[in-house]
Design a protein around this ligand. Sequence first.
Ligand SMILES: *[C@@H]1O[C@H](CO)[C@@H](O)[C@H](O)[C@H]1NC(C)=O
Ligand SMILES: *[C@@H]1O[C@H](CO)[C@@H](O)[C@H](O)[C@H]1NC(C)=O
Ligand SMILES: *[C@@H]1O[C@H](CO)[C@@H](O)[C@H](O)[C@H]1NC(C)=O
Length: 250
Amino acid sequence: MKLMVSIALLFLLPSYASQTSVVHIESTPKPSADGVIQTETEKIVSLVCVLTGTVDNKELEWRRNGAVIKLDDGNKENRSSVCINPVIYKDEGAKFTCQLKSNASHSASVTLNVTYLAEISGSENVTLEEEESLDLQCDMKANPLVTSVTWKLNGTLVDLSTGGFIVSNNGVNTKLHVKKVDRSLHEGEYQCTIASPAYEERSRTFQVTVTDKTLKFPLMPMIAGLVVVGLTALLAIVSRWRIIARWFKK
Ligand SMILES: *[C@@H]1O[C@H](CO)[C@@H](O)[C@H](O)[C@H]1NC(C)=O
Ligand SMILES: *[C@@H]1O[C@H](CO)[C@@H](O)[C@H](O)[C@H]1NC(C)=O
Ligand SMILES: *[C@@H]1O[C@H](CO)[C@@H](O)[C@H](O)[C@H]1NC(C)=O
């Protein structure tokens, strides 16, 4: 009997809690008991705020992380809907709140939990000269966080202990860096692969070609030299002209 009462209370509690506010949110998909809507990038989330009590001012207001959402005129009184189409990764953790415009203590909110994995794919050609630095980068943003990031060269894991490879991950992207490339060590097909608990792993490849070092033509010193020569000539003409002019005046 006691158990049944507690179970009944358990069911009553959330609805009792929402009755203190005259606004509540209906959403597709439905939120969990703690107000979290589970979704994914590219999906659609539709939120409808409904006024369930009688108040003088029926105007409703929607906010996303505290910032007011602009609503059309016919979408403000009694009932107001907001559509998130499509859901993007930046919506992860976003809190949508509906409130009575005249009294913020009547409010309801839901939070999005957006599952996503950076959409890396395809192939890219990278050409650089011997001794230049190599920088490759892949996006690794994900929710839940990626569980593994790997870099391969010609199909085998990049050996970080030899070859001067530096791999760094900061949660947003993963970078592979080589300060001075050497064709025999660094040319080939690179592949970054990210894996997450929610999606199949994704990869991107880079065809890296290392060419011979070319002697860079020293263009800037050359231009500077030409400018100096030009200016000197100009000054010479100007001073000569003064002399000529003076000579004519006489
Ligand atoms: C806002 O609503 C609360 C809860 O119903 C109420 O106690 C309060 O007086 C209201 N405030 C105003 C300014 O109407
Ligand atoms: C969000 O969704 C992920 C993946 O489905 C899950 O692992 C995580 O626990 C969820 N987080 C919250 C706060 O609900
Ligand atoms: C990777 O494979 C390519 C093509 O087979 C080859 O030319 C290159 O030398 C290889 N790279 C390394 C570092 O072994």
